[in-house]
Ligand binder design. Structure first.
Ligand SMILES: [Zn+2]
Length: 266
C-alpha cells in the first residue's frame, strides 16, 4: 500500500520544526508563495539568540521565464532566508520540489542546531547527564531516527515528573507503590498541584508515554517528539521560575531583617 504523504505544515513549520527528509504534499499556491514570491516566517535566530522575522526573496525566473506555475514548477535550488535584524544571519534550506511534493533534503543551521540553540538556556536546568542525552535525542530526531530520539527524551521527561513525586511524597504521605503503577497521564493528574498547568491540561496526550516502545513505529515516535519536547521545556521553565521566586523571597527576608529598627521599638 502506498504511504500517504502528510500535508505541508506551512512555511514556518517547514523551516523550523521539520526534520530532514520529511515529505509533504504542497498546494500550487504554497509553491508559488515560497519559490516565486518569497515568504516571511518567524523563528529562532541562532546568531541573534532570539526569535526573529526571516524572509526569502523568491525567484521570479521560476515562473516567468518558463511560464510555469504551481505543480509544474520543479526546484532543486537552495532557498535562503535572511534575518530581518541582520541580513548576514541566514538559514539555508534545500527543498526538492517535484510534482506537488516537497522534501527537505538539506538545512543549515541544521534542525538539531536550531532546536538546541533555542532550548540551550532552559536545558541548563538539567543535570549534566540529562543535558548530554537531550542533545542526543535532538540529534537523532534531526536524522529521522524517531525511536532512539523518543527513548532518550522520554527518560528525561519521566525523571522530571518523578522528581516532583519524590520531592513532595513525604509531606503528602503518598504511597510509592500506587504512584508507580499509574499510567503516565494519571501520574501527571496525580501531581497536578506540582506540575505546569499546561502540562496537566494536556495530560491525556502524554498517555502514549505508557506504551512500550515496541508498540510504536518510527513515525509515531517522530511525530510525538515535539509534544514531549514542549512538556520537558515547560517543566524546566516552571522549575526555574520557582527557584527565582524563592531567591526573591530570601532576599526580601534578608533585607527586612537587616533593616535598622526604629528608636523606641524595643
Ligand atoms: Zn539574526
Amino acid at each position: 500500500m502506498a504511504k500517504t504523504i502528510a500535508p505541508y505544515p506551512g512555511h514556518t513549520q517547514f523551516v523550523f520544526s521539520t526534520p530532514l527528509y520529511s515529505k509533504f504534499e504542497i498546494s500550487d499556491e504554497q509553491v508559488e508563495e515560497i519559490f516565486v514570491h518569497g515568504v516571511t516566517i518567524e523563528g529562532y535566530c541562532t546568531k541573534c539568540e532570539k526569535d526573529r522575522v526571516f524572509k526569502n526573496k523568491g525567484d521570479s525566473r521560476a515562473a516567468l521565464v518558463s511560464g510555469l506555475s504551481g505543480t509544474k514548477i520543479k526546484s532543486e535550488e537552495t532557498v535562503v532566508f535572511s534575518c530581518a535584524f541582520d541580513p548576514q544571519h541566514k538559514i539555508y534550506v534545500l527543498p526538492i520540489l517535484d510534482n506537488g511534493v516537497i522534501q527537505k533534503c538539506g538545512q543549515l543551521p541544521s534542525y538539531a542546531e536550531l532546536l538546541l540553540a533555542e532550548d540551550a538556556d532552559l536545558i541548563k536546568e538539567l543535570d549534566k547527564k540529562d543535558r548530554v542525552e537531550y542533545a542526543k535525542a535532538v540529534g537523532l530526531a534531526a536524522h529521522d531516527a524517531g525511536i532512539g530520539a523518543y527513548a532518550y527524551l522520554r527518560r528525561i521527561f519521566e525523571n522530571l515528573v518523578y522528581s516532583q513525586y519524590e520531592a513532595n511524597k513525604a509531606s503528602n504521605s503518598w504511597a510509592e507503590a500506587d504512584f508507580y503503577k499509574m499510567r503516565m497521564s494519571e501520574k501527571i493528574q496525580f501531581l497536578k498541584n506540582y506540575l505546569p498547568p499546561l502540562l496537566v491540561q494536556n495530560s491525556a496526550a502524554y498517555g502514549i508515554l505508557s506504551d512500550g516502545l515496541h508498540n510504536l513505529t518510527e513515525d509515531d515516535c517522530l511525530s510525538f517528539f515535539p509534544i514531549l519536547r514542549s512538556g520537558t521545556l515547560l517543566i524546566l521553565q516552571q522549575a526555574r521560575e520557582m527557584k527565582e521566586q524563592k531567591k526573591l523571597e530570601q532576599q526580601f527576608t534578608a533585607s527586612i531583617n537587616s533593616k535598622p529598627k526604629p528608636k523606641g521599638s524595643e
